[in-house]
Design a protein around this ligand. Sequence first.
Ligand code: ADP
Length: 482
Amino acid sequence: MPMKLLSVASELYPLVKTGGLADVTGALPGALAAHGVATRTFVPGYPAVLSQLGKAKVVRRYDTLFGAAATLLSAKVGDLDLLVLDAPDFFAREGGPYGDAAGREWIDNWRRFAALSQVGADIAADGVKGWRPDIVHVHDWQAALTAAYMRFGPAHAVPRVVTIHNLAFQGRYGAEIFGALGLPPEAWGVDGVEYYQGVGYLKAGLVSAQAITTVSPSYAQEIRSPVHGMGLDGLINGRIDRLHGILNGVDTDVWNPADDPLIARRYSGRALAGRGANRRALESRFGLDHDGAPLFIIVSRLTWQKGMDLMIDTIEHLVGLGGKLAVLGSGDHPLEGAFLGAADRHRGRIGVQIGYDEPLSHLMQAGGDAILIPSRFEPCGLTQLYALRYGCVPVVARVGGLADTVIDANEAALGAGAATGIIFAPSDTLALHGAIGRAVQLHGDKAQWQAIQRAGMRADVSWDHSAARYAALYRTLLAEAA
Ligand code: ADP
């Protein structure tokens, strides 16, 4: 009998995605199946989710769930086995999962994700139609309260894992919401949901789960320090025996240059020439000159975390070195404006598309020579993994998962044929300048550049290894609970 896992998350590729979280929750079930774990994923019924459900069964009804009527639906989408919280008052909204189209957060996010979490704990306690999870895995702050509802409720004996995909997002609210959460009084306090005199959703999960994981070994170390711990380093250090850094993988079926319907020409590491057609298609899409100059790409949230302000300060340098740049992203409005301004100043050399475009992101990886990822911190990062798989050389800051997944093209690594990218530190403009310079130089030596591309394409970025680690962790917790 496979182990029964309930995964709770607010994003799930291909139904709803704002970032790497969705890629992970979407790919992990398939990878875990090979390790004897059968996953059901519980997500909010956003319009995008409900519209893709097809046939769904009602498996539970709530007359009032935090004041709203709600039903729990069961459905299958592709290979994903889903439970969906259909609560129109909370989730049937235009805009994104967390805010309106103008980027303003929904003011009732605390209630929306408490509702999700409460129902997650109900599923753990009562099961649905005879199915009851052996273990519960919750992702990020939006689902973290599930662990607290379980701990202080009837599902307290069911083991739970919380994964930190990004410690910068914690779900912090005022103490006044505590009374509305429906948790018992003993849940208040430093060992419960209280966090600096308020309520912390992620914090509550971290103290209520039997295991904490984060998405790379380096980030697991970094969050122990005040710089990256974002106020939670003390707590994390106190639970260090419960912390695991497990690297994300990628869905190698969705991201496969030899079989990708979203790119202009398919190719493999043996036939890199096929990238040329993708490069030209990409240049045309962004109004860039068709020439042999190194083509850098960015596919990113345009934020401080991602070092996009450093990028703005480096654009003139990049163009001065003869490089071209295609940017796909959205985020902080001043950064969006700065990129658009640079594209105006450097027609044919810089192209910018503001927005979110999944298909285009595939073409960019297939056609770009190098991807720039100058993050100030990066729990894991997925774009460098897609880049490796597509022969787009990653140029990355030495932080978190970026440091764990890219091998710098230093002399030793080049000599050994092991180099897969360029790593720089610290995350500042000077170091980024240097890294771009190195990329331009290496790109000028075609044989060497191709050796780096091919080494990257050979790297194992699949979920195999990490799925085995999650499965082993679940087994350990089950054994402990028994
Ligand atoms: P984060 O989750 O912090 O944003 P990751 O690198 O872990 O960063 O994951 C980002 C995911 O979102 C990747 O799948 C990336 O391709 C995708 N992505 C980011 N910005 C865009 C965009 N503007 N258009 C399409 N995909 C994007």
